[in-house]
Design a protein around this ligand. Structure first.
Ligand SMILES: [Mg+2]
Length: 203
């Protein structure tokens, strides 16, 4: 009969874009300004190849709201970025972006939207789209608003990249802080290495 035990849901590593995937130069929208941060492909390859997880990108794109660049420009860069990940054997399953801003948006882009971090809308949409188990997923961001979105969605392991490794303050949500993506990978490997041994290899 049915051997459907609890979990067939997939896990995912959620990545913010600017400051995690690429150097945050502010409203990056051109390929020539898009500089990958060292360690990003190793991190995503571990997730995809060793753990069988999905890679999901969730990015606020207020630059679209502000009229600094348009959706077509954003999508061209995103397609190129995804091709770079695929070429390095760490394909991104989907990129979600929020083009709205409640105060600085121009025209119809000026609005509140539950996809805009710190709200968890993009993560919750991905959960529906891919049948994800968020309690067994990981989020990596560089701002407290990333951590807030992850926590609100129910992601247990939220990691903030901070070159100065400023510990969470009393007002922050609990999360882990690492200096760079290499340290994030080490943390990730320590946490989930047991799963590399085999599918049901947990003693
Ligand atoms: Mg960021």
């Amino acid at each position: 009969m049915s051997r459907a035990v609890a979990h067939n849901s997939m896990s995912a590593i959620f990545l913010d874009r600017d400051g995690v995937i690429n150097v945050d130069r502010g409203y990056v929208h051109r390929i020539e300004d898009f500089e990958f941060i060292p360690g990003i492909f190793e991190l995503t390859r571990f997730a995809v190849q060793q753990l069988g997880w999905l890679v999901i990108v969730i990015t606020n794109q207020a630059g679209i709201a502000r009229g600094i660049y348009d959706e077509a420009t954003y999508l061209r860069l995103t397609q190129w970025m995804c091709e770079c990940f695929s070429a390095r054997h760490a394909p991104i399953s989907k990129v979600y972006h929020c083009p709205y801003h409640p105060e600085h948006g121009v025209g119809h882009y000026r609005r509140t939207h539950d996809w805009r971090k710190p709200l968890p809308g993009m993560i919750l949409q991905a959960q529906i789209d891919f049948d994800l188990d968020l309690s067994r997923s990981v989020l990596i961001g560089d701002k407290i608003s990333d951590i807030e979105a992850g926590a609100a969605a129910g992601i247990k392991m939220c990691v903030r990249i901070d070159p100065h490794a400023t510990p969470p303050s009393a007002t922050d949500l609990p999360h882990q802080v690492v200096c760079n993506l290499e340290d994030a990978l080490s943390l990730f490997q320590r946490q989930y290495a047991v799963h590399c041994a085999g599918k049901d290899g947990v003693a």
